[in-house]
Design a protein around this ligand. Structure first.
Ligand SMILES: *Cc1c(COP(=O)(O)O)cnc(C)c1O
Length: 475
């Protein structure tokens, strides 16, 4: 390197990297150890204004002290008292693969820019295709997150409509997707990005157990086509986000088959149960879906972002992005060019996200994912039992997964007061407790909500949570 750029020489110095890397791994290891300590907190709350003030006035000294401050100001998913949102407690091994991907920076848009990652991604996708129950005509792709995966699948569904080529011509008809009122908001967002608007997202009512009411689906479908819409797809949630309940995929699949509709399953969270013998029955009918998405950064122990989208018919997935980019892709025989990932994804450059799943799989075996599902879903059922046995609490519904909704009760309180009380409890827990849990609203009632993501959460932690909640409602 030319000596007139001394800084660059220093920045890229690999000996410094070795030292910094060793120190950083030691520091993070200590962090992981601390997270197991009984007195440790899952988070240290500051409000957005305070947090911004802290960083605006921050005096950066060196990497170790910065990382210390960062750790103190971040939420700790490895703490067994973390029970909030559905993000995985990442395995250290997978986190190391994030480092490898970051360092190699193979962009994967075209084969030459990521040959190993492209082939490994295909190996991972093939595993998912087989596990879902597809035959060799299936294929898929990995995307940066479930939100983009849902958009990718719905775009494929739209392009698969026999009498329209929306990609070429724009939409000539009013289009709609049907999805339950409990679906994740990314479906609604994807549909709006596709130009479907308010009326193009038809919310099918749910039953008392919060799964899609398939009788109502028939009615919604009829109303939608009577109103002059063409239906692109029906989306099943497996499971839904708020309550963790699975839609009846067999029933929705049969409906779609009868009416020749694309059947998409949003399995961002719960699709991973297909790897568990015990919980796979929740996904009965999954193999009927035309497309399925599964996040590995939720129930499969990898860091974000890493999502697998699979298509029952690989050609349908391949035809989504018809656009030509001649400077990148030599000819247009997309089907043959599975190895040019950019032809089949919305993304151009992307992270080598397959590595974090692949290494975990190859190091510990496929059973690792089964164990994780069994452990965490089992913990959800354990917690629900504990709530049912405690008269101070009400369980919102029997959980099917590691997502449990419940509320604290107080004699003489009306619904409004109970809502206010549970909101107060959740806010006080966030600000002042060692636990991290969230909340949700179901049929107008505010519930506390946990997602048991951490396999080191025990019955004792759950007992402690239930025992401290009353105190946090007193403020
Ligand atoms: C989390 C989630 C998503 C969104 O996935 P991201 O990876 O966060 O973008 C979509 N659908 C469901 C059911 C989810 O739980």
């Amino acid at each position: 390197m030319k000596s007139d750029y001394p800084l660059l020489k220093q920045i890229y110095d690999f000996e410094a990297f070795e030292k910094q890397g060793k120190d950083l791994v030691a520091q993070l290891t200590k962090h992981l150890k601390n997270a197991q300590h009984p007195d440790s907190r899952a988070n240290n709350w500051l409000n957005p204004k305070e947090e911004l003030f802290f960083w605006q006035n921050y005096q950066f000294q060196n990497l170790p002290s910065f990382v210390d401050d960062l750790l103190n100001h971040s939420i700790h998913l490895h703490n067994p008292k973390y029970m909030g949102h559905q993000v995985s407690v990442p395995t250290p091994l997978s986190a190391l693969m994030n480092l490898v991907s970051g360092l190699l920076n193979n962009g994967m848009a075209v084969y030459e820019m990521g040959q190993a990652a492209t082939a490994i991604e295909r190996v991972v996708v093939e595993l998912f295709c087989q596990t879902v129950g597809y035959d060799e005509n299936a294929n898929g792709v990995m995307t940066s997150g479930g939100t983009l995966a849902n958009l990718t699948a719905l775009l494929a569904a739209r392009q698969a409509m026999p009498d329209e080529d929306v990609w070429q011509n724009g939409s000539q008809q009013k289009l709609a997707v049907l999805v339950s009122d409990q679906a994740h908001y990314s479906i609604d967002r994807a549909a709006r990005v596709m130009g479907l608007g308010n009326d193009g997202v038809v919310l099918v009512p749910t039953k008392k157990d919060f799964s899609m009411d398939v009788k109502a689906l028939k009615k919604s479908y009829q109303n939608t086509i009577d109103a002059g819409f063409k239906v692109i797809a029906v989306v099943g949630s497996a499971c839904s986000t708020a309550t963790g309940i699975y839609d009846d995929l067999v029933a929705i699949g049969s409906f779609c088959q009868l009416h020749k509709l694309w059947f998409h399953v949003d399995g961002a969270h719960g699709g991973a149960a297909v790897f568990s013998a015990q919980y796979k029955p929740l996904l009965k009918g999954l193999e009927r879906a035309d497309s399925v998405i599964i996040d590995t950064h939720k129930m499969m122990m990898t860091p974000a972002l890493s999502t697998v989208v699979v298509f029952k018919d690989k050609n349908k997935g391949n035809q989504t992005f018809h656009q030509k980019a001649q400077y990148l892709f030599e000819d247009n025989s997309i089907e043959e060019q599975w190895y040019n990932g950019g032809l089949r994804t919305f993304e151009c450059t992307k992270f080598m996200m397959c590595l974090k799943f692949y290494v975990l799989w190859k190091t510990f075996g496929i059973e690792a994912f089964e164990e994780n599902i069994d452990c965490l879903y089992g913990l959800g059922i354990t917690f629900a039992e504990m709530i049912k046995q405690n008269k101070e609490y009400e369980l919102a519904l029997e959980p099917q997964t590691n997502i449990v909704c419940f509320r604290y009760l107080k004699k003489g309180f009306d619904e409004q007061q109970l809502n206010d009380l549970n909101k107060t409890i959740r806010q006080n827990l966030l600000q002042n407790s060692e636990f991290y849990i969230v909340q949700t609203v179901l049929n107008g009632k505010t519930f506390l909500r946990v997602t048991l993501m951490n396999p080191f959460t025990t019955r004792e932690h759950l007992e402690k949570l239930l025992s401290i909640i009353p105190d946090f409602g007193l403020y």
